[in-house]
Design a protein around this ligand. Structure first.
Ligand code: CP
Length: 355
């Protein structure tokens, strides 16, 4: 365990976890060191009561398997309690403000986690909770960021390729799916984080399926500052070629009408209306790219030792074929498992665990 002289690290305690961009690379390294230590202790069966009697509120506006359970099981394994809250059973449903909700919950407990992925709304809501909370607020995925996922992904890549990831070729690719307009937050958090570790990131997606322009600019800046790269290509094969890591996953075509700047500057309700009106066109554009699937031929374009990753849940048969996701190059279950070790590390550091 990291030695902070018997008390929790003052540089983490009480801070909000909305995006990993708010933490230095060295601080992200500490999170990963703590996560690795907690993983070893979990396997040894050693108790880790770093957050005894602490209470974490978990508000989920959207569905979740990994995030909810990694937080709930994680806080229990640290000696605290997680309280699952569904907004439709809270006074939020009757219009109670983010400010009042934040003040009350942060007086009752020691942390607040929120998932809110609604386009144009989620990140603003979480920031509003954070501004009014006296306890740390953790982003469990919003419309812009999914920091817990990116951290677990980084841990998984380091387990396979070592801590020094400079020059590692990582491809984050769009893949076809048709279940719902999936948030942009996973690829966005990945490009922001991986470029800071000197990786050569290729972002592959069909024309028009852009991510948020300011996030892509920030990722390019991160790459410049940390010796990484961010290349954008519009061909899945080209993306897979010679990659060490491939991460093909669907995201919604929020900007297929070329209206990114306009949508992002709109009032949330107005943006939702525009998206609803254009949903048919978005799906028509999505249907043109059914061939964006991770299959064995594409995996053979990557390096022999390449690993396949996916945040899950995967849209099997559309994003990926079974033989790839269940095959020898897939690390998706290690990646999912690392969600709990990284979640515990972040909770322990932010909520004042004794190290
Ligand atoms: N990857 C991820 O966040 O999974 P859940 O949606 O199940 O939480």
């Amino acid at each position: 365990m990291i030695n902070y002289g018997g008390s929790s690290d003052p540089f983490f305690r009480g801070r909000h976890f909305i995006t990993l961009d708010d933490f230095t690379k060295e601080e992200v390294d500490v999170m990963l060191d703590v996560a690795r230590d907690l993983k070893i202790k979990f396997y040894r069966g050693e108790p880790t009561p770093l957050l005894l009697y602490k209470v974490l509120f978990l508000i989920f506006f959207d569905q979740s398997t990994r995030t909810r359970n990694s937080m709930e099981a994680g806080i229990a394994q640290l000696g605290g309690t997680g309280i699952f809250l569904s907004p439709d059973k809270m006074q939020i449903a009757h219009g109670e403000s983010a400010r009042d909700t934040a003040i009350i919950l942060s007086r009752f407990g020691d942390g607040i986690g929120i998932r809110h992925c609604t386009f144009g709304v989620g990140n603003r809501y979480i920031r509003s909770i954070a501004e009014n909370s006296r306890a740390p607020v953790m982003n469990l995925q919003d419309d812009v960021y999914h920091p817990f996922q990116a951290l677990a992904d980084l841990m998984t890549i380091q387990e396979r390729f070592g801590k020094d990831l400079r020059g590692l070729k990582v491809t984050i690719s769009w893949a076809y799916a048709k279940s719902h307009l999936k948030p942009l937050s996973v690829p966005q958090s990945q490009i922001l984080l991986f470029t800071r570790f000197g990786m050569e990131v290729t972002l592959a997606y069909p024309e028009k399926f852009d991510l948020m322009p300011d996030i892509v600019e920030k990722a390019k800046k991160n790459a410049e500052e940390h010796g990484g790269k961010l290349n954008i290509v519009h061909d899945m094969d080209e993306g897979f070629k010679d990659a060490d890591v491939v991460i093909p996953k669907n995201w919604g075509g929020f900007f297929v009408l070329g209206n990114a700047e306009e949508l992002l500057s709109m009032d949330p309700a107005e943006a939702m209306n525009v998206l609803k009106e254009n949903e048919k066109l978005i799906w028509e554009e999505t249907e043109k790219h059914k061939d964006w699937i991770a299959d064995e031929r594409r995996m053979s374009l990557a390096k022999k030792h390449a690993i396949y990753m996916h945040a899950l849940p995967a849209d099997r048969g559309r994003e990926v074929v079974d033989s790839v996701i269940d095959g020898p190059q897939s690390v998706v279950f290690d990646e999912a498992e690392n969600r709990i070790h990284t979640a515990k590390a972040v909770m322990a550091l932010l909520m004042g665990g004794r190290m």
